[in-house]
Design a protein around this ligand. Structure first.
Ligand code: SF4
Length: 115
């Protein structure tokens, strides 16, 4: 039985379907950018997360996102944390909303401003 893993590259819209062998050889990538992505995906998949948090006294929530990609397995726990958060205006674009969320090394930052 083959232990090769199939990985769809999300670095660009071409979406190459790559194969990573057990000795970490990558094939199926159209360009070199796919290789680190495929190896990361096999080792510890990461994703960007966008979500919203409540703003005290405002009906419209604040859109937030991870500053860098975060380990995929942490995403449900991060969403749980973000659901509990209520921030206070004013908030500037790209301000840190949660520093180092769940000790992941990744900050949650605002994707909009609130006056
Ligand atoms: S391997 Fe290169 S061309 Fe293919 S999806 Fe990834 S970045 Fe795009």
């Amino acid at each position: 039985m083959s232990s090769d893993k199939k990985v769809t590259c999300l670095v660009c819209p071409r979406g190459c379907i790559m194969t990573v062998t057990s000795d970490l050889k990558v094939s199926g990538n159209f360009c070199a950018r796919g290789i680190p992505y495929a190896l990361q995906e096999v080792k510890e998949p990461k994703r960007n997360l966008t979500y919203v948090v409540k703003v005290e006294g405002h009906e419209v929530p604040l859109p937030v996102r991870t500053e860098q990609m975060i380990a995929k397995h942490l995403i449900p726990a991060v969403v749980n944390e973000l659901r509990k958060i209520v921030v206070k205006a004013p908030i500037e674009f790209n301000s840190i909303i949660v520093e180092n969320i769940l000790d992941s090394g990744v900050n949650i930052i605002s994707s909009a401003e609130v006056k």
